[in-house]
Structure formats: structure tokens, C-alpha cells
Design a protein around this ligand. Structure first.
Ligand SMILES: Nc1nc2c(ncn2[C@@H]2O[C@H](COP(=O)(O)OP(=O)(O)OP(=O)(O)O)[C@@H](O)[C@H]2O)c(=O)[nH]1
Ligand SMILES: [Mg+2]
Length: 379
């Protein structure tokens, strides 16, 4: 019994004795071990990888033309960037993609919040990929500077479509003016088409001027509606109805089927009151349930019928050419205005002239002319 503690004391001392000769200062050198190079190969490869993350315009174009979605996303990010360096590179990529674009159908989808746009796009997109289409979903959302695009949240709602390798969903460009967002979306369409997407869906919320902007960048415009209690036509902006190539009454399921059919009749009647379209197309009204995925194939049949007509009567190319010219003029107008209003001298003179107009010291016309004269003389 007495031997046990003595044994432990011995063990402890032995451990100490064994350890002491190995104890070294942190500053001591270990002989025979090579000092690491200043730049380790691991760090070097990390830097190389980082550089590789900034592909050149040529690399991006090559990637996009191969159908690489990562290259596509990177190029779209460049298009959306406000950095002037990115702008030059983005323009180069667009230029390289342009000859490979245009080979698609562009469909605009609008409807008030809650009408079922996201659910519809999920069902419609899945249907399109099932018949061999490659679908890109983009959004024009003027409120996106605050919410960063409602479609961002939708990416999780469009659960199936987002996983589909033949689909590409891109949140709306955020930031500046509707004009700015529209430009970015138009350029994004070019990139998506060059990447092999043959069906481009552009979603917009049914508020403000965004429908007009979307209407000016698509071939076919689809208005999504739901049947409501009472007057079906209440609260619909006449302009939007006039733009629609097809009205789809969604949520035609369960107890809603009868109401949806009634709404269809009413919308059909209302559409007859509008002047004939220059496309020669007579707008159609149909019902569907995005939720139950019924009536979706019939919508595609209508859209296909439309494209058959406008391609045979050449309205398709004519409209695209008009749209290109419209956007060129829009861009010039926007740039001129922005240059004028952001000119430091003009900014100051504008304030002075506003006050002078207010105090009846100068007429509004004379004030405008004097400002413009000063602007052009300073240029
Ligand atoms: N019964 C029924 N409900 C539907 C249908 N389609 C959509 N909904 C429901 O309607 C609600 C709104 O649908 P969303 O697809 O988010 O509508 P949205 O138009 O994208 O809405 P915002 O993104 O807010 O503009 C959801 O609760 C959907 O489940 C449908 O065909 N039938
Ligand atoms: Mg939505």
C-alpha cells in the first residue's frame, strides 16, 4: 500500500525529466527545416483563382455562347454595375453577344400584386422546359431599389423552376430610374439569348409605367387577372388592357371556376371595344389555374398561334426594329436630360431662374431659353 504514492511521485519526476530537454524558446530555430517562401504556393494559387474570378470580356463571351450560366450571371452583373470600368467591359460583351441574340420569343407578363404571377411563371416555365424550351425569367420592378426586386424572394417561391437546368431566373436590376432598369433588362435579354435561352419571360408588377417599358421590349404581352366579385372591369387601366395580347384569368379552380368563366365572357366583350391591333392579332381571353397547373398548355397554344401570325405577316421583325429605335431615342433623351440637370453651373442657374420665374421677374419660356443657351455655350 505505501509503495503506490511513491510510485506516482517517481512517475511525475520522470515525466518532467523527459520533457525538459525538448523545451525550446519560440524564437529558436529548428535545424534541418526549410524556411517557407514569402509567397506560399497555396496563397499564389488563391490569388490566381481570384484573378480567374474576373474573366475578360472574351472569356465571358465564350462562356455565354457555350451556355454557361455562371458566365451569364457575371456578364449581367457587369451590365448592372455603375462602375465606369465595368460599363466598357459590359459593352464589349454585349457587342460580342449581339450577333447571337434575337433568336427567341420575348413574353411580358403583368398583373397586380397577388394575382399569381410567380406561381404562374413557375407553372408556365416548367411546362415550357418540359416541351424542350430554354427559359429565362427576368423582372422589371421600379420599386426594386428598395426591395431589391420582388423576384428575389420569388427565387425561393419558384422552387422547381430554379432547379431546372433549362431555366434561368434573374432578380431585377436594382437602383436608378425606370429608364436605367429598362436599359439593363434589354441588355440582359441579349445576353440570355446569346446563352441559348429561346423563351424570355419578363415580369412586371402592374403599377406605374413599368408595363409600358416592358411592352416596349417584348413581342407578346400577357395580362394576368383574377375574377373578382362584382364588376370585373373595375380598376383596370384602359392602357394596360389595350396593350394585352392575351388576358389570362388565373385561379380558375375550386369554387372560382364559374366566376372565372364569367370574367372571361366580360373581358372578351370589353376587348371588342378596343381598336384593331396593327399586328392583325385579335386578343384572346382564357382561364387557368397556376396552382393546379391547368390551362397552361392552352396558353402556350395561343402564344404559338400569335407568333405564327406575326412571323408570317412580318409584324414580328417590324416591331423589334421599332423597339430598337425607340430605345435608342429613349437613351439619347435620358442622357441629354441627365447631362443637363447634373451640370454644376446649370444646377445653380436653374435654382436662380426658378426663383425669378416665381417672382414674375422673367417668363418661364425666357428662363428656359436662357438656361439652354448658357448650357450649349458652355459645352
Ligand atoms: N387558388 C389559387 N391560388 C393561387 C393561384 N395562383 C396563385 N395563387 C395564390 O395566390 C397568392 C399570390 O400568388 P403569387 O404567385 O405570389 O402572386 P404574385 O402576382 O407573384 O404576387 P407579387 O409578387 O406580390 O406581385 C399565393 O398565395 C398563391 O398560392 C391559383 O391558380 N389558384
Ligand atoms: Mg411575385
Amino acid at each position: 500500500m505505501f509503495y503506490i504514492p511513491t510510485f506516482f511521485v517517481f512517475l511525475h519526476k520522470a515525466k518532467f525529466l523527459l520533457k525538459t530537454p525538448n523545451k525550446k524558446s519560440a524564437l529558436s530555430e529548428i535545424h534541418g527545416v526549410e524556411q517557407p517562401e514569402t509567397l506560399s504556393s497555396v496563397v499564389a494559387s488563391q490569388i490566381q483563382q481570384f484573378r480567374r474570378k474576373q474573366p475578360s470580356a472574351e472569356e465571358l463571351i465564350a462562356g455565354i455562347l457555350k451556355g454557361d450560366k455562371t458566365a451569364l450571371s457575371r456578364a449581367i452583373t457587369l451590365v448592372e454595375s455603375t462602375n465606369p470600368e465595368h460599363l466598357a467591359k459590359a459593352n464589349e460583351v454585349i457587342k460580342g453577344c449581339l450577333p447571337h441574340a434575337n433568336n427567341s420569343v420575348r413574353i411580358g407578363i403583368t398583373g397586380v400584386p397577388g394575382v399569381g404571377k410567380s406561381t404562374f411563371i413557375e407553372a408556365f416555365g416548367k411546362y415550357l422546359t418540359s416541351i424542350g424550351k430554354k427559359v429565362a425569367v427576368l423582372a422589371v420592378d421600379p420599386s426594386s431599389s428598395i426591395s431589391h426586386g420582388s423576384i428575389l424572394g420569388d427565387k425561393t417561391r419558384m422552387e422547381e423552376l430554379v432547379k431546372d437546368e433549362n431555366a434561368y431566373i434573374r432578380p431585377s436590376a436594382s437602383g436608378d430610374t425606370l429608364g436605367g432598369v429598362a436599359r439593363k433588362t434589354r441588355e440582359t435579354i441579349i445576353l440570355c439569348e446569346a446563352c441559348g435561352f429561346d423563351t424570355i419571360i419578363i415580369e412586371t408588377v402592374g403599377v406605374g409605367q413599368s408595363e409600358t417599358a416592358v411592352h416596349s421590349m417584348v413581342d407578346f404581352f400577357l395580362l394576368l387577372k383574377i375574377s373578382g366579385a362584382g364588376d370585373e372591369l373595375q380598376g383596370i387601366k384602359r392602357g394596360i388592357m389595350e396593350m394585352a395580347d392575351t388576358i389570362v384569368i388565373n385561379k380558375a379552380d375550386g369554387d372560382n371556376i364559374a366566376k372565372a368563366k364569367l370574367a372571361k365572357t366580360e373581358f372578351n366583350r370589353a376587348l371588342h371595344l378596343f381598336p384593331a391591333k396593327s399586328s392583325g392579332w385579335i386578343p384572346k381571353v382564357t382561364t387557368c389555374s397556376a396552382y393546379e397547373q391547368t390551362g397552361i398548355d392552352a396558353i402556350w397554344d395561343i402564344i404559338s398561334e400569335y407568333f405564327e401570325l406575326v412571323k408570317s405577316n412580318h409584324y414580328f421583325e417590324e416591331k423589334r426594329q421599332n423597339q430598337n429605335q425607340f430605345w435608342m431615342m429613349e437613351t439619347i433623351n435620358e442622357q441629354l436630360k441627365s447631362h443637363f440637370y447634373n451640370h454644376p453651373n446649370i444646377m445653380q442657374l436653374l435654382e436662380e431662374n426658378k426663383k425669378a420665374v416665381q417672382n414674375n421677374e422673367i417668363s418661364p419660356f425666357a428662363a428656359a431659353m436662357s438656361l439652354l443657351e448658357q448650357y450649349f455655350n458652355k459645352e
